[in-house]
Ligand binder design. Structure first.
Ligand code: SF4
Ligand code: SF4
Length: 376
């Protein structure tokens, strides 16, 4: 039986509660993907929130009106208390989703997660070619373990989504990736082109696809969507560098998501920690409710009042919310500028130059590692 608390929702016209909480349980991960979305400065295990602190976060999230919790990382199953945390989140009434590389799953922990009330699993694949997949992951036999993990997940009766991060070094095998998702019994496939923040930015020249390759990939996805209707749902995320309008990053700043870092920093998205000039609230000292409604950091780019032109008078301002603040900062040094992924942005030429640079000769991977990227 659920112990779901009574939810107090704000009155109409007030800020809506977050839809989902992304719980980055740990930055530890056996893999070393060169496009990892974790920050360059990874939190060490000694700084991670305790089991009781995470449980309090989930209870507060449910009381705030959050509907879903995504267990992420790093590799969330590297936490020895993962089953206990899933059980608590399910008990307080949250829909629970595990985002995993799968390499630490075995029969026992997969069955225990299912029994604890886990609702769904997203399993990442680096490629369909085993040797290249292991090279991208930076771990021997990773691909073989992922294939085994997919079977364990399905055998435990859990719904499965495959996450495929696509780029210059695996895009040719997109048709095989789609077939793999069907063969493994996934209901959904997320085909996500790399977005260039953090580690991926370090590896931009190694990963960035040509426009022709992107167009081919889009045609393949569209044909597969029609052919596999009712069998496999395919989500598709294109790289911002080729976009004419930006994506509504995280559904807009502090509108739908709240992200908690392994050490307990509350952020409106996983990349926001890179923005300077913020005093990110810690859930060790601030309640989730105060973070969401009261913190200066969450309110700074919420809504439309902060927007400069051309966003301020644009009819898409409540569709894409001016794009991504982290990307605006990355390109212009000012997070309050219009995202240069928008063709209307005054700084669009900076993105055009970055795209030309990204198309240069491929570089070697800089693998994700504790201690940050080595100087180049
Ligand atoms: S992207 Fe790769 S390295 Fe980063 S957390 Fe996921 S599996 Fe680990
Ligand atoms: S001008 Fe601003 S609101 Fe309009 S499409 Fe571009 S980023 Fe979106």
């Amino acid at each position: 039986m659920s112990d779901a608390p009574t939810v107090t929702r704000p009155a109409p016209g007030e800020i809506a509660p977050p839809l989902a909480l992304l719980a980055e349980l740990t930055h530890r991960c056996p893999l070393r993907c060169p496009y990892c979305s974790n920050p360059l400065e990874l939190d060490r295990a000694s700084r991670e929130l305790s089991t009781e602190e995470w449980k309090r976060v989930f209870s507060e999230a449910a009381a705030l009106g959050v509907l879903q919790v995504h267990f992420s990382g790093g590799e969330p199953t590297a936490r020895r208390d993962i089953v206990e945390l899933v059980a608590h989140a399910a008990k307080v009434g949250l829909y629970t989703n595990l985002i995993t590389s799968g390499v630490l799953l075995d029969h026992d922990n997969t069955a225990a997660l299912a029994s604890a009330g886990l609702d769904h699993v997203q399993l990442s694949f680096q490629d369909t070619d085993a040797a290249n997949a292991d090279r991208i992951a930076g771990l021997d036999k990773a691909h073989r373990k992922k294939l085994a993990a997919a079977k364990l997940i399905r055998d435990a009766g859990l719904p499965l989504t495959l996450n495929a991060v696509m780029h210059r070094q695996n895009l040719d095998r997109l048709p095989e990736m789609i077939e793999l998702a069907v063969a493994l019994g996934a209901q959904r496939l997320e085909v996500a082109h790399v977005q260039y923040y953090g580690w991926a930015l370090q590896n931009r020249r190694a990963l960035f696809p040509t426009y022709e390759a992107l167009e081919r990939a889009t045609e393949i996805v569209e044909a597969a969507r029609a052919r596999l209707k009712g069998v496999l749902t395919i989500d598709y995320v294109v790289p911002d560098y080729y976009a004419r309008r930006p994506k509504a990053c995280m559904g807009g700043w502090a509108r739908q998501f709240i992200n908690i870092s392994p050490a307990g920093k509350a952020l409106p998205c996983h990349a926001a920690e890179t923005l300077p000039g913020f005093d990110w609230p810690s859930i060790k000292t601030t309640s989730l409710r105060d973070v969401w409604y009261g913190s200066e950091a969450f309110n700074r780019y919420r809504g439309t009042a902060w927007m400069p032109e051309p966003c301020r008078s644009c009819d898409r301002r409540e569709i894409d919310w001016g794009g991504c603040r982290c990307q605006a900062f990355e390109f212009t040094g000012d997070a309050s500028r219009t995202d240069p992924a928008c063709a209307l942005a005054p700084d669009r030429s900076i993105l055009d130059a970055a795209r030309a640079d990204a198309l240069g000769p491929a570089t070697e991977f800089v693998y994700r590692q504790i201690g940050g990227a080595p100087a180049r």
